[in-house]
Design a protein around this ligand. Structure first.
Ligand SMILES: *[C@@H]1O[C@H](CO)[C@@H](O)[C@H](O)[C@H]1NC(C)=O
Ligand SMILES: *[C@@H]1O[C@H](CO)[C@@H](O)[C@H](O)[C@H]1NC(C)=O
Ligand SMILES: *[C@@H]1O[C@H](CO)[C@@H](O)[C@H](O)[C@H]1NC(C)=O
Ligand SMILES: *[C@@H]1O[C@H](CO)[C@@H](O)[C@H](O)[C@H]1NC(C)=O
Length: 485
């Protein structure tokens, strides 16, 4: 069998030729230009057309090219076993990527021989695969394949499609891609952390990508303590984080890096907290005292211990009784409604969304955010929407952020348009709620949160009567105050 046009195309485009069986070859051809239009076979009417594909499977694989960090799709398919297989000339596969930037491309795989048999030489189904289409981490892809010649107009469409979401940067293959490396996927912080009496000591290795880090001690619900944003030059850092609250079960350390390549979006790391090895005090080591002396020491200690134990049990018993009679379980309390009003300078995707998520995850709140209710606002109008939300919300939080400069380029593709609408909302909310700020009773509803170094501007000084919090520094008092109504 001759392959008349293979070499011609090999010269002009990148192709992967996969020999699957000894007597049949698959030749896949990716046009350099976008192959959006219909295949030429669509135009003519074919008397007989092949059936669809039996199966279509997709997986991600490292590029077979040496020194390449690209991750590709491995698309495999099997052919239906029926007589129409003799008509089959080619299979066209299109991949539609739905990430931040959508992409669309197709390949056409010509079968180099006519199929004379419905099964492959060993009696199994005809199976082929194609490796190509570079992919990005955590992106949904729609893969659609149909056989050529295609079904005629008004006949059943025989295309078959699958959805595939590419793995994230933790994936052993994906983590080597350029994008993941820039997000810190190859950084091994090697975190060690141990609990002292009122603090947690955290050691970790810094990354060559950047020197800014924030270290948190947290459990499932709360941030128990945190560092300032650290600027570290050394390769191994050691920080001591004061922890005010009791370290609950399952407390962890979280390290948030701020590399210039990914700002607030870099890959965050967690580590377990152990108890620090105790320093053995000399009293315990000293065993040279005679036995009788020891007895004199042990007896009073023992009675004190028993007494303490009894008192302990009594308090535990009382505590249980109080707990039973007062509340069923703290987790059963309904969430509180928080209306979030943010300064137009705050970066929506990185800062406002993150903060809203923080409120929902850590402070038992249902967040009301204008960007999440765009349709309702369009229907009701901004003023009515805002007054309604003001009535419904248990709390109203004004959010200020100082990280305006990182916003435009990296976070919001249409920053300008969004900024105008949030400007309206902020000004309107500020003016609407200002009358409330004069009465102590309704004042309790308002909280002001500043992220980082943000400060209240002069024209918003009316808000300075509200309780103010600086995050992440005041994270735990903020949450507590937010929830006590
Ligand atoms: C692609 O998938 C096929 C079928 O599952 C498999 O035989 C082949 O080894 C895979 N290719 C790579 C590069 O993993
Ligand atoms: C595949 O088949 C079509 C139609 O016969 C032809 O136009 C195209 O050049 C072929 N591609 C290759 C790479 O052989
Ligand atoms: C991680 O830290 C431990 C203890 O400090 C050390 O023994 C180990 O070699 C480190 N591993 C790496 C990969 O840095
Ligand atoms: C952190 O590093 C310091 C200094 O190297 C060491 O004394 C301490 O034991 C380490 N702590 C932990 C929790 O690894």
């Amino acid at each position: 069998m001759a392959f008349p046009c293979c070499f011609e195309f090999l010269l002009s485009v990148t192709v992967y030729v996969e020999a699957v069986f000894t007597c049949h070859y698959l030749f896949c051809w990716a046009p350099v230009t976008l192959h959006r239009g219909p295949s030429t076979e669509w135009i003519v009417r074919n008397k007989l057309t092949p059936g669809g594909l039996q199966t279509l499977r997709v997986d991600s694989v490292a590029s077979p090219e040496p020194n390449s960090d690209t991750v590709l799709l491995n698309i495999s398919w099997t052919l239906k076993q029926d007589g129409s297989i003799q008509m089959l000339k080619a299979t066209k596969i299109c991949v539609d990527g739905k990430g931040r930037f959508s992409s669309y491309s197709c390949v056409r795989c010509n079968y180099t021989e006519v199929f004379h048999s419905q099964t492959a030489p060993h009696g199994s189904k005809w199976e082929f695969h194609y490796v190509g289409f570079p992919i990005k981490p955590e992106t949904p892809y729609f893969i659609r394949a149909h056989n050529i010649p295609p079904a005629n107009m008004n006949e059943d469409i025989t295309a078959i499609s699958v959805k595939f979401t590419s793995p994230d940067c933790q994936d052993p293959v994906m983590k080597y891609t350029k994008k993941c490396r820039e997000y810190g996927s190859l950084w091994t912080p090697n975190i060690t952390a141990c609990q002292k009496e009122k603090s947690v000591e955290v050691n970790f290795s810094t990354s060559s990508l950047g020197c800014k880090y924030l270290v948190l001690v947290e459990n499932d619900e709360d941030v128990l303590g945190n560092s300032d944003i650290l600027e570290l030059n050394q390769s191994r850092a050691s920080v001591i984080i004061p922890v005010t609250a009791e370290k609950g079960k399952g407390a962890m350390v979280q390290i948030i890096p701020y590399f210039p390549t990914c700002n607030n979006d870099c890959i965050r790391r967690r580590g377990t907290i152990f108890s620090c090895p105790e320093i053995i005090s000399p009293v315990n080591v000293n065993t040279s005292q005679p036995r009788t002396h020891q007895m004199f020491l042990i007896l009073p200690t023992l009675s004190v211990a028993i007494w303490a134990l009894a008192v302990g049990f009594y308090f535990m018993w009382r505590h249980e009784k109080v707990k039973k009679s007062l509340l069923h379980s703290p987790t059963l309390l309904p969430p509180i409604k928080v209306l979030l009003v943010y300064h137009p300078q705050a970066c929506f995707y990185h800062t406002v969304c993150d903060f809203a998520k923080y409120l929902q995850d850590h402070c038992r709140s249902d967040v009301i955010l204008d960007q999440w209710q765009k349709r309702k606002i369009a229907e009701m109008g901004l003023v009515l929407w805002l007054t309604t939300q003001k009535k419904e919300a248990d709390r109203i939080v004004f959010l200020f952020s100082s990280r305006a400069e990182t916003c435009d380029s990296s976070c919001n593709p249409n920053a300008g348009r969004h900024r105008e609408s949030s400007q309206d909302l902020f000004t309107l909310a500020f003016n609407l709620f200002c009358s409330d700020l004069k009465s102590q009773a309704s004042l309790d509803k308002y909280l002001v949160v500043s992220l980082g170094e943000a400060a209240l501007a002069e024209d918003h000084s009316a808000l300075s009567v509200c309780p103010g919090y600086r995050l992440m520094k005041d994270a735990s008092p903020f949450c507590k105050d937010l929830l006590t109504i």
